[in-house]
Design a protein around this ligand. Structure first.
Ligand code: SIN
Length: 281
């Protein structure tokens, strides 16, 4: 039985809604958790304002939606493997998540979602963009949909971690770049059926997808480039302006997102958990 009184307010035509009348740090009843999950499925990314979440309550809230996913490329770089603190210091030349991406798609079972909590935000700048990949798929031509059906793409973490990614010299948030690091590669369908909604979506992203199975990277590039650009047409997106205590909770299966690198002289500190997912099929 549902007894929740959450209020869902869409923030854009294609994606994203703010959720009001809920304290996510409280012990939520099943009805409220169910309604939050439904809002996530309906809007792909949901936002909360003015929340007070310490690390323990952040984990409790996350576990209401699944097991906490441990990110292999932050192992040993963060105090708590279940938490990634994403810090942007003034002067950082790179930031985490500055290309359009879904998280951690080099894994055979990428995380189903992420919950990002704002600890310290700039007075302006540092917004995050989200893009709806159901719409990205649905707006392709029938010919393109036919061509993509049955195709698989290779997702690698070589652009975001490891020595050759060379991120750590340019940003405060460190990732594994040690000599023992090894590339992880997984193949996923280019068109995925969302396991909960049953809707088809386009599943390629700029940070991880390196090409199509059975094709060279050079051969893949023109089509991949087209699909990557198409996936974040402005009418598929929303933009979230952070305040201290804001939360973004995205469905990582259907959202791409991008952290805007425009915080200039300001510090920005966010705390992220990820929720374990399943195979993308
Ligand atoms: C991320 O890509 O998970 C980080 C997003 C952000 O910092 O806005």
């Amino acid at each position: 039985m549902r007894n929740s009184r959450i209020e869902v307010r869409p923030i854009a035509g294609a994606i994203g809604a703010e959720i009001h009348n809920v304290d996510v740090g409280a012990d939520l009843d099943e009805g409220t958790v169910g309604d939050i999950r439904q809002a996530l499925l309906d809007h792909c990314v949901i936002f909360f304002r003015d929340q007070k979440l310490d690390v323990a309550r952040h984990k409790v809230f996350t576990r209401r939606f699944g097991e906490i996913f441990i990110h292999p490329n932050y192992k040993g770089t963060q105090a708590d493997p279940e938490i990634i603190v994403i810090t942007r210091e003034p002067g950082d030349k790179k930031i985490v998540g500055e290309d359009w991406h879904a998280d951690t798609t080099m894994m055979p079972e990428p995380p189903m979602g992420a919950i990002l909590y704002a600890i310290e935000v700039p007075p302006y700048g540092g917004d995050t963009l989200f893009a709806n990949q159901y719409l990205a798929y649905e707006t392709l031509s029938d010919g393109m949909k036919k061509m993509l059906s049955g195709m698989r793409a290779l997702h690698s973490d070589r652009m975001v971690a490891g020595p050759q990614a060379n991120k750590n010299a340019f940003r405060a948030t460190k990732v594994r770049e040690d000599a023992e690091w090894r590339e992880t590669v997984s193949a996923h369908p280019v068109v995925v059926t969302h396991p909960e909604t049953g809707r088809k979506l386009l599943y390629v992203n700029a940070s991880y997808t390196v090409g199509f199975e059975g094709m060279t990277e050079a051969e893949s590039k023109p089509l991949l480039g087209y699909l990557l650009e198409h996936g974040h047409r402005p009418e598929f997106t929303c933009r979230f302006r952070w305040e201290t205590g804001s939360i973004a909770f995205w469905d990582n299966r259907v959202c791409k997102h991008l952290a805007i690198h425009d915080a200039g002289p300001f510090r920005r500190v966010m705390r992220r958990t990820q929720i374990a997912g399943g195979p993308m099929g």
